[in-house]
Structures are given as C-alpha cells and as structure tokens.
Design a protein around this ligand. Structure first.
Ligand SMILES: NC(=O)c1ccc[n+]([C@@H]2O[C@H](COP(=O)([O-])OP(=O)(O)OC[C@H]3O[C@@H](n4cnc5c(N)ncnc54)[C@H](O)[C@@H]3O)[C@@H](O)[C@H]2O)c1
Length: 268
C-alpha cells in the first residue's frame, strides 16, 4: 500500500528519534589475551577482520589491559565470562586454555553465540551441541581433504609432531620421544602443545589417530607430519611453523587460522 511506505529519510538515516544508531554494532568477543589473542586483536586493528568493537576477557586482567593499551581500536574489557556473553558478540574466540574452554564453551553454546575454539582438546571431553562451535585448522591444515576422506573411510592416520625441547620445558641434546599413543591422550597430556592432535581426532572421528610427540633439538620450528591411508589413496601433509615469539608452545599459523575463520564467520 502506498500510504505504508516509509519516508526515504527513514531508510537512509537508520536512527531513532534520540539520534542513536539503530544498526547494531558488530562485536567480537575474545577470551585470552596471550599470544593468539594479541595477533587476532592486531588483525582487527589492521581491518583484516571487520567489526566495530572487540570485547576481551582474560582472568589475568593486566593482560587484557595491556592488549587494550597496545591497539588503536575500540576494546572493552569484560569482568568475566557472563559479562562477555551479556554484550552478545556475533562471534567469540576462545584462545585461553583447555581448562577455560571446558568451563566456558557450555555457557557460550547455551547463549547461542558462534564460537571458535582454539583449545580443541577440551572438545573431546564436552557433551554439548556443537552446531555453533567452530574448530579452526590451527597449526595444521588439509582438514577439508581429511574430512572428505573420512566420509569414504580412513584406514590409518599417523601424526608425528616435533618441537624444540624448550617447547616442552626440557633440554635433551638427542631426539627424545615424549609420547606415543592416541590423539585424545596426547591432547590431554600436552594441553598446551598438542591441540593439533585433538583437531585431527575431531576431523576423522571415529578413526583413531596415532600420535608420536618428539622433543628434537635439531628443529627450530614446530613440525607436524600427517600420514593418511584411506579407501582411495594416501595423503602426506607437512607443516613447519615458526612458533610465536612470546610463546614457544604456539605456532604462529594457529593465530592466522583463527583470523581466517573469524573473517569467514563475520561475513555470514
Ligand atoms: N588448535 C591449535 O592448533 C592450537 C595451536 C596453538 C595453540 N592452541 C591453543 O590455543 C590456546 C591459546 O594459545 P596462546 O598461545 O594464545 O596461549 P597464551 O598462554 O599465550 O595465552 C592464553 C591467555 O589466556 C588467559 N587464560 C588462561 N586461562 C583462562 C581462563 N580460564 N579464563 C580467562 N583467561 C584465561 C591467560 O591469562 C593468557 O593471557 C591454548 O590453549 C593453546 O594450547 C591451539
């Protein structure tokens, strides 16, 4: 009906009578202001990820303060997880720890907020609706090929991870096998170093992923080799990642994987 048409100015201004913008701000939530969180915040500052506001929570509040003071972008510090959920971010990125993810993921899922989980090992122990929970490729890649092959049937997946001994807090001079077994146990035994094992396990489930973790003084980079035998072929993938300068446990690629996934989710 003609008379029902809104005046053009109403379309253009999108402001209410008090002059406040009615277009809601796109907020990104971040749990953990450490190595990954800081790279992500810098990517937001550089507009690689487009949003209006970053809302951060870190249980060490000085880390949240430090992040806020180092970037020129609107950052709000939340006092706790409930505070963060209450501002309704479009997406929350967990970049804290497996312990944090175990505690917070169920609350965020209940609030119906899209969530990127870096501490993927935590997901192995959680019984929650994972429809809004996104697992980034993290320090590895090729998950598209692996999940495709998993549909047809995978016979074997072997992950061999080598890191410099300092990433494990040891100082062996010769190569030392730190662990040999299955992915679930590797991710629990090395919650800071082996989330990649959990990521693989979640991708090829129910196939069991065999894992070997090696402290190797000859490697400077975090190296992950994945060998797959599946119904119609074989795959070999190898990643040699520089570690984050502030955190030898973490591969720089992991932060970039979170940034890429966040970019994609914000566009949907
Ligand atoms: N998926 C992958 O491939 C992959 C790769 C690298 C790292 N990770 C994981 O991502 C997570 C973040 O890595 P990082 O290198 O940034 O770690 P980091 O230690 O540099 O930073 C973690 C930050 O989270 C905060 N934090 C820890 N527990 C918290 C809690 N319960 N509540 C609020 N804040 C908390 C810490 O104070 C710290 O500032 C780790 O669990 C790490 O193992 C995953």
């Amino acid at each position: 009906m003609k008379g029902d048409k809104l005046a053009p100015s109403t379309f253009l201004s999108k402001r209410n009578i008090e002059g406040e913008s009615m277009v809601s701000k796109v907020k990104v939530g971040l749990i953990g202001c450490g190595a990954i969180g800081t790279v992500l915040a810098e990517a937001i500052e550089r507009k690689l990820v487009v949003c209006d506001e970053l809302v951060v929570y870190d249980f060490e509040s000085w880390k949240a303060q430090k992040l806020k003071s180092t970037i020129k972008f609107p950052v709000t510090i939340a006092d706790g997880i409930e505070d963060l959920i209450a501002v309704k971010p479009k997406v929350i990125v967990e970049a804290a720890s497996q312990q944090a993810a175990k505690e917070y993921v169920p609350k965020i899922v209940l609030a119906g907020i899209e969530l990127i989980v870096m501490s993927t090992g935590a997901l192995l122990d959680l019984d929650v609706d994972l429809s809004k929970v996104h697992v980034p490729s993290g320090a590895i890649g090729g998950l598209d090929a692996l999940s495709s092959a998993a549909l047809a049937g995978i016979d074997e997946v072997v992950l061999t991870s080598r890191k410099n001994p300092k990433a494990f807090g040891v100082d062996n001079r010769e190569e030392k096998v730190m662990y040999e077994g299955v992915a679930e146990e590797a991710a629990r035994k090395f919650p800071r170093e082996m989330n990649v094992a959990a990521t693989l396990a979640l991708t090829v489930k129910p196939t069991k992923v065999k894992v070997k973790v090696i402290a190797d003084p000859k490697v400077q980079r975090n190296t992950h080799e994945i060998a797959v035998k599946w119904q119609f072929g074989e795959m070999s993938l190898r990643f040699a990642n520089d570690s984050h300068p502030d955190n030898p446990h973490t591969s720089a690629l992991a932060a970039w994987a979170a940034i890429k996934l966040l970019q994609t989710l914000l566009k949907t």
